[in-house]
Design a protein around this ligand. Structure first.
Ligand SMILES: NC(=O)c1ccc[n+]([C@@H]2O[C@H](COP(=O)([O-])OP(=O)(O)OC[C@H]3O[C@@H](n4cnc5c(N)ncnc54)[C@H](O)[C@@H]3O)[C@@H](O)[C@H]2O)c1
Length: 337
């Protein structure tokens, strides 16, 4: 089927009209993949103002079905009937607040948003962007009752994109030719640091732990064989730079929005156009009993299958450690009233 015919009937809802939600909406206007984008936010003044502002951007953009993208305000019930529901509704961390308390607030938002959206259209795909993304993806699957492949989180797609960009610069190649993944838990939310001690969980100490270095290739050529003459690749420093990029942006401007906006738009495209792209996406992993990122095939039914990477022993151990930390965090979250 012509993908544009498919998309012309499609609708995407975005819950949360803040920095991230509005950036996602703009990307979906500039690179249209659905005929309608619906913004949902209890702050109705903000929501409607974002819709008006974004509406101006549609004037010269969007050729889906020839008529351009329609952006409008909507309710949670409208969202439940959309093809893709992006959840960027989330409170930001207050000064001195523990991650557990933040999770408590965001879990509350997620639970009420999902209840308000029910009943879901049968083939709806829920895409979690709000943090902590892996834990919220786990609970969205539980609260929504949708088939597990239809509930996913942006996961380490953003971390992996950052890694690719940094490697591309160091190796002087196009980022599109770099194949490499950050796996496990989404880095912006490593549940360490100011987490309450009663909820402290094992952490990955090595900053390079989550990059699947053994599988990085440049145009299908193993990384080792692609280094420029007389160069040494400091993997630990690159992993650290990848992990700390978000923090630096947030420190300077309060939030990250454009990167996640563009990548979320591309996940929506993979789903609605049934593209079968391989992306590192947070999803339910049965044997790990949590949601975390491994490469998956993405299509109209969401996660179609997980691809198992030939990780070395150390990488497998760090992935297991990431899963154990997430399981611990989930079990702490289950106790939140
Ligand atoms: N996954 C990633 O890679 C990534 C990257 C950047 C930000 N984030 C996360 O995205 C989330 C949003 O960030 P932001 O900067 O846009 O925050 P923001 O405060 O600007 O926007 C959040 C919006 O959610 C709305 N909201 C609250 N409850 C709602 C509900 N029940 N239904 C609909 N909307 C509701 C709020 O009113 C607010 O407007 C945060 O959790 C942030 O950590 C994730």
């Amino acid at each position: 089927m012509d993908p544009n015919v498919l998309s012309s009937r499609s609708r995407i809802a975005i819950l949360g009209a803040g920095s991230v939600g509005s950036s996602i909406a703009l990307c979906l206007i500039l690179n249209p993949v659905a005929s309608e984008v619906i913004l949902v936010d209890p702050k109705v003044e903000l929501r409607d103002a974002q819709v008006k502002d974004l509406g101006d951007a549609t004037t010269y953009h969007g050729a889906v079905g020839g008529g351009g993208v329609k952006i409008r305000s909507g309710t949670h019930k409208d969202a439940g009937q959309c093809d893709v529901i992006v959840i960027s509704a989330g409170a930001k961390q207050r000064h001195g607040e523990s991650r557990t308390d933040l999770l408590g607030r965001n879990l509350h938002i997620l639970r009420s948003a999902i209840n308000d959206m029910k009943p879901f259209r049968e083939d709806a795909v829920i895409l979690i962007v709000a943090n902590p993304v892996d834990v919220l993806t786990y609970f969205a699957r539980k609260f929504s009752g949708l088939p597990e492949g239809q509930v996913l989180g942006s996961g380490t797609f953003l971390d992996s994109a950052r890694l690719r960009g940094i490697l591309a610069e160091k190796l002087d190649v196009d980022a599109g030719s770099v194949d490499g993944y950050v796996l496990g838990e989404h880095g912006e939310t490593q549940m360490v640091g100011n987490i309450r001690s009663s909820c402290a969980r094992p952490r990955i100490n090595d900053a390079s732990a989550k990059v699947a270095w053994s599988c990085v290739t440049i145009g299908a050529v193993p990384l080792e064989q692609c280094l420029l003459p007389n160069t040494v690749l400091d993997r630990k420093a690159i992993a650290k730079e990848t992990r700390e990029k978000a923090g630096k942006i947030i420190q300077a401007k309060g939030a990250t929005a454009y990167g996640i906006g563009a990548l979320t738009g591309s996940i929506c495209k993979s789903i609605l156009f049934d593209q079968r792209n391989v992306r590192p996406i947070s999803h339910w992993i049965e044997e790990m009993e949590c949601c975390l990122s491994l490469p998956v095939v993405l299509g109209r039914k969401g996660v179609l299958r997980t691809l198992r990477m030939p990780l070395n022993e150390e990488e497998q151990a760090s992935l297991a450690e990431s899963a154990s930390a997430l399981r611990g965090f989930i079990s702490d979250a289950e106790k939140i009233p």
